[in-house]
Design a protein around this ligand. Structure first.
Ligand SMILES: [Zn+2]
Length: 274
């Protein structure tokens, strides 16, 4: 049984502010260790639950967060960037199940830690009318390549978002958010124990793993925080401006929609913040 783990940092237990999640933050070195330890808990749970191969994607920032020599030596690590499928690079080769570890709720969620969708200039992403964040984007790519999501870990809102989008999923809450930059956290060892148990249990519930299939075709609507973002993304063939801050892109399938989304996410970082 092949398991793919995509690991982000904002939904890791005891990580609540950018001093921890930003690569130049004063707590970032420590955050790397905490993130690696939670991913290790998921890897151990996967192998004890019957996995024969585990591939981990380091999916935060430029993919240089997990500490390779501290990672469970049985796992392979996908690191660095850019890469074609970003947070889900490697899923193309086919997996039995996917774990999303350390994931966060979508932009705009109330009282949820470190919310965003790829960068802080994307306010909303809608796919065939359904608002999704990074959980939905990664689940959609997994679904496109035939892999169901078995486990999501994150704060209480990330877990609720995942359960609504992917009914039947194993969800592990590692903190209760108090606001965008605060949370009530159990000790890291408790979070790791919960993730280990959740990962192992998830693999015993094979029939319950939801395959998140969107389209084809797929209509992608993106709303940005600034109109200058739309000025920039209108360079892309096929984009239609809906209003001051929104565009629509008609995609053949989810993979094409993701490529358009990912291109726009990069383009909008190149314009002035107006
Ligand atoms: Zn993220």
């Amino acid at each position: 049984m092949k398991i793919y783990i995509s690991a982000d940092i904002e939904g890791i237990g005891t990580i609540v502010r950018q001093e921890q999640s930003s690569t130049d933050g004063r707590e970032y070195r420590w955050a790397r260790k905490i993130m690696t330890a939670e991913v290790n808990a998921a890897i151990r749970g996967a192998f004890d639950g019957g996995a024969t191969e585990v591939v981990v994607s380091d999916s935060h920032n430029v993919g240089l967060n997990l500490i390779p020599e501290e990672l469970d030596p049985r796992a392979f690590l996908i690191m660095g960037s850019p890469r074609p499928l970003s947070m889900m690079e490697g899923i193309q080769s086919g997996f039995d199940a996917v774990f999303l570890v350390g994931y966060h709720a979508k932009a705009g969620t109330a009282d949820s830690d470190l919310i965003h969708i790829f960068n802080r200039r994307i306010a909303e992403v809608r796919v065939n009318g359904i608002g999704i964040g990074e959980i939905g984007i990664s689940a959609g790519l997994a679904g496109y390549f035939g892999a169901p999501v078995a486990l999501v870990t994150g704060d209480d809102h990330a877990v609720a978002e995942a359960a609504a989008l992917l009914p039947g999923i194993e969800a592990v809450e590692v903190k209760k958010a108090i606001g965008a930059y605060a949370a009530r956290c159990p000790h890291p060892e408790k979070s790791r124990a919960l993730i280990y148990a959740g990962a192992k249990r998830a693999l015993t519930r094979r029939g319950a793993w939801p395959l998140f299939k969107m389209g084809p075709p797929v209509e992608l609507v993106m709303r940005f925080t600034t109109s200058s973002a739309v000025d920039r993304v209108m360079r892309m063939p096929g984009n239609e401006r809906l209003d001051g801050v929104s565009v629509r892109f008609a995609a053949r399938d989810f993979l094409e929609a993701f490529k358009a989304f990912n291109t726009m996410a990069d383009l909008i970082e190149l314009v002035a913040y107006i």
